[in-house]
Ligand binder design. Structure first.
Ligand SMILES: NC(=O)c1ccc[n+]([C@@H]2O[C@H](COP(=O)([O-])OP(=O)(O)OC[C@H]3O[C@@H](n4cnc5c(N)ncnc54)[C@H](O)[C@@H]3O)[C@@H](O)[C@H]2O)c1
Length: 303
């Protein structure tokens, strides 16, 4: 056991499997008391089972750590509140809230149903809000705390997961809003975009060139929760972790601007915009074209 998180209490959603489980185990191994939340659902969000959360809490306790299981659905306000209330009841405080829970319902946009859109956005985006909402109230009173949201490289856009991509983009904006709104209360907020071998990533139809293990992701989350990261003032950031690689994403900003001499009309914009403000080409679109060419020539597409 290390002591990166000695004396801290951390709540982790989606902690029954995959990355969340690795985060919960790593937090406990570094000295934190852990609330292990997992609704125990299938990849598409069906068939809840409470044993999943209990099993990881038992695993932590068997290794000499402290943990408590919560099997609630964090897409409901009461679920997020219960996760936070459980940390307060058991540990008397909450220093970290890590929202890892997620599901997939893949479909092309033109075929996507409301039943495929709503639960995905509810699990990722609202499920981060419910926990951040309850946790931030506690952390504001404490004058300290760290929020961690889980996003994906797919926040740039996705061919067949518009619901997931939109939710993951929303998580980034939520994290940045938390970083801004809670800065003066000593609370930091960051997002992690992982690439790791789990049951969820096993469904990706292309070969990923850069992929690692859930433990790689857990190490980054432990760091972000630690006083070392807090002392560096790390907040409002998005980090990719993929095996040996850690990358920071750029903050969104205007790339080029131009100003009208008078007022804009569609005609003046048509004459002016292409050669001045122009576009910022989508890297994902270029990659898609490359994948289509590779597939056409019989190669296995990769990215
Ligand atoms: N694995 C990757 O390469 C990868 C890539 C990009 C993003 N992510 C993100 O990382 C996170 C973890 O993914 P994973 O690969 O470990 O997936 P996983 O399917 O192994 O684990 C997700 C866990 O979340 C739980 N869960 C789902 N809905 C829930 C709810 N409403 N309430 C509580 N728990 C719920 C599930 O029961 C499951 O145990 C997700 O947010 C995912 O979108 C993963």
């Amino acid at each position: 056991m290390g002591n990166f998180l000695a004396g801290k209490a951390v709540a982790v959603t989606g902690a029954g499997r995959g990355i969340g489980r690795a985060v919960a185990l790593a937090c406990a191994a570094e000295g934190a008391g852990v609330v292990v939340n997992d609704h125990g659902v299938s990849v598409d969000g069906a068939e809840p089972a409470s044993e999943v959360a209990r099993a990881v809490a038992a695993e932590i306790e068997a290794a000499g750590g402290e943990a408590v299981a919560v099997a609630d659905d964090i897409s409901a306000m009461a679920g997020g509140q219960r996760v936070v209330d459980t940390a307060l009841a058991r540990f008397g405080r909450l220093d970290g809230a890590v929202c890892v829970a997620g599901i997939l319902r893949e479909r092309m946009l033109f075929n996507m149903t409301e039943e495929e859109w709503d639960p995905v956005v509810a699990t990722h985006l609202k499920g981060t809000f419910t926990v951040f909402r309850a946790a931030s109230a506690v952390m504001r009173r404490q004058g300290s705390g760290t929020l961690v949201g889980f996003t994906s490289g797919n926040h740039q856009g996705s061919v067949a997961q518009a619901n997931y991509a939109a939710a993951k983009g929303g998580v980034i904006s939520l994290v940045r809003s938390a970083a801004l709104g809670l800065h003066k209360y000593g609370v930091t907020a960051n997002a992690v975009a992982p690439v790791a071998r789990t049951r969820m990533s096993a469904n990706v139809p292309v070969e990923l060139k850069e992929i690692g293990e859930p433990e790689d992701v857990a190490a980054l989350v432990v760091y972000l929760l630690s006083e070392r990261a807090r002392a560096e003032g790390i907040t409002g950031q998005v980090y990719t972790v993929a095996g040996p690689k850690i990358a920071v994403w750029a903050q969104p900003r205007e790339l080029r601007a131009a100003y009208a001499d008078g007022t804009w009309t569609p005609e003046r914009i048509a004459d002016f915009l292409p050669g001045t403000v122009g576009t910022d080409p989508m890297p994902m679109l270029a990659r898609l074209d490359a994948m289509a060419r590779a597939a056409a020539s019989g190669d296995r597409p990769n990215r």
